[in-house]
Design a protein. Structure first.
Length: 214
């Protein structure tokens, strides 16, 4: 997944697409505003889907694996182990980023949202291995369709496991609201609202998700 391709996807964020269409992009049938998304793995395109199509593609074998239903779990990762030293070792130049396990690349990729769109950062693989060892919940990340989202901006220390469409929505928010060198009041208020809403919709990780004994 290249940064250029991800930038194109982010421009069609979930929020914008929900306002632009009321019909399933797979079967053409009607769908509600609170609909699911399917990822076309080869092109990294998100497609809005009705309930029936979401059920149909809720299996990895569906469509030969070409289409993947984006999960709807959102986990607030309380007790997540990520100190300032490990964060620096991950080589992220900013304080908001998301991490995706790419099946095609066979590795984890790190991206950060910017006014120009998502930018891939050269991930320190040793640092990621230490992060995963300290936080077994990361082993449950579904390739391509889930991400670790980290917010450390302005003193925050928050982490979530989220559907990938949440990350595209975040990128779209920053692209459309950023002003000047520091972003401006509007974008920071938008980010606060975005993360607060994500907190509200998330639940704590537990059991197998937290890496407890199986």
């Amino acid at each position: 997944m290249t940064a250029t391709r991800l930038q194109a996807i982010a421009q069609r964020s979930a929020a914008a697409r929900e306002q632009a269409t009321e019909r399933c992009e797979l079967c053409g049938g009607p769908m509600g505003a609170d609909h699911r998304h399917v990822l076309e793995v080869g092109t990294r395109e998100l497609r809005c889907t009705c309930r029936a199509c979401a059920i149909l593609f809720d299996r990895r074998a569906a469509a030969g694996g070409r289409l993947r239903l984006v999960p709807d779990r959102r986990l607030h990762l309380d007790g997540f182990v990520l100190d300032d030293v490990l964060w620096a070792d991950l080589r992220l130049p900013v304080d908001i980023a998301f991490f995706v396990r790419s099946a095609a690349e066979g590795r984890v990729q790190a991206f950060y949202p910017s006014p120009m769109g998502p930018t891939e950062s050269l991930l320190g693989l040793g640092a990621w291995e230490r992060l995963e060892a300290a936080n077994p919940v990361l082993e449950t990340l579904e390739p391509d369709v889930e991400a670790l989202l980290v917010d450390r901006a302005r003193g925050a220390r928050r982490q979530w496991l989220v559907p990938i469409d949440e990350c595209y929505g975040l990128v779209g928010l920053i692209r459309t609201r950023w002003r000047g060198l520091t972003g401006g009041k509007e974008v920071w208020e938008g980010l606060q609202g975005f993360f607060d809403e994500l907190d509200r919709r998330s639940r704590p990780a537990g059991g197998r998700e937290a890496g407890w004994p199986r």
